[in-house]
Design a protein around this ligand. Structure first.
Ligand code: PEP
Ligand code: MG
Length: 324
């Protein structure tokens, strides 16, 4: 079977009735774009900039960051690369910037840290903008957004970086900017967010953790951590509908996108893209190529009738077996 899937890696991710579901990859470390591009992908849906920061001895300087980002942007051009600003805190600590808190996942994380340290964010934004010169494939993604004021502040800093670089000589293009939807509050602020950003990307790993109040890394409650919880599926369905109404593309970059059954449900909901770790690509592509869009929609409708995560899972298993 895996040979069969390998063989399909350069085939488009389309359903039997011709609906295309763009598949993207999540990256972090210096990636081998050449290898990844052997598989037909639509871009990088999530570049986790904190990864190179985590293996460094100190905050990488502007030049070093520019080099790192250029490698990503150039490696995948002309395909879009979604670069997320530093998402530290929670379980991701930098050895040279310790954060000690009783409730790190509810504390100083992602955008909250970088807005409190604009000198860190501005260097990062400047490096991204410089790295994107002449390429036009940079998308900037803001993590852990809870309030629209955070987006406004981040956009203000981006503007400052663009003006500064212009004054230093040589213009930079304004990138598209997106918000991560991973804090439940943003589910109810999509209209306000859509006035400010160009696209949305759902972080289902954190959205699951926060919607279900289950620490994503605590083995004691790992049974309760389930992105197939009916509440989560309802939330995702609402997000997709709202984003379409607001005419903002919405994709998903959490682990759920790399699960073939999850991917079909997201396609049924109308998600515009799925971003996953590279090893998940072949099985997700295969699942999409074996169904019609209507099948995915029917699957979604059936699953939405289930009351528990176990029922959802059982239902998915039996349907997925039909499509092997
Ligand atoms: C997520 O929360 O789903 C996500 C993609 O980001 P991370 O796993 O890096 O928090
Ligand atoms: Mg997250």
């Amino acid at each position: 079977l895996s040979e069969l899937l390998e063989h399909e890696q350069d085939l488009p991710s389309v359903t039997t009735d011709g609906h295309e579901m763009p598949l993207m990859v999540n990256t972090g470390l210096a990636v081998d774009a050449v290898t990844l591009l052997k598989s037909r992908i639509s871009g990088v849906g999530l570049y986790r900039t904190e990864v190179p920061f985590m293996i460094a001895q100190r905050f990488p300087g502007e030049q070093e960051q520019t080099r790192l980002y250029r490698e990503q942007l150039e490696g995948f051009a002309p395909l879009p690369v979604v670069m997320r600003t530093l998402d530290i805190g929670g379980d991701k600590d930098l050895p040279y910037f310790p954060i000690d808190e009783a409730n790190p996942f509810l504390g100083w994380r992602g955008m909250r840290v970088t807005l409190d340290h604009p000198e860190v964010l501005i260097v990062q934004l400047r490096a991204m903008l410089k790295a994107s010169r002449g390429l036009d494939n940079l998308h900037v993604l803001l993590p852990m957004i809870t309030n629209v004021a955070e987006v406004d502040e981040a956009l203000g800093l981006l503007e400052r970086a663009i003006v500064e670089l212009g004054e230093e000589g040589g213009t930079v293009a304004r990138p598209r900017v997106g918000a991560m939807i991973e804090v439940p509050a943003t589910l109810y602020q999509l209209d306000a967010l859509a006035k400010r950003v160009d696209f949305f990307s759902v972080g289902s790993n954190d959205l699951t953790q926060y919607l279900l109040a289950v620490d994503r890394n605590n083995p004691r409650v790992s049974d309760l951590y389930d992105p197939l919880h009916p509440a989560l599926l309802t939330a995702l369905d609402k997000l997709s509908r709202d984003a379409r109404r607001l005419e903002r593309p919405i994709s998903l970059c959490g682990e759920l996108a790399g699960d073939p059954a999850g991917a079909l449900l997201l396609m049924g909901m109308g998600f515009a893209g799925l971003s996953m770790n590279a090893p998940s690509l072949p099985k997700v592509r295969a699942a999409i190529r074996r169904v019609a869009l209507g099948d995915a929609r029917t699957l979604l409708a059936e699953v939405m009738e289930q009351d528990t995560p176990e029922e959802v899972r059982r239902h998915l298993q039996s349907r997925m077996a039909d499509w092997q």
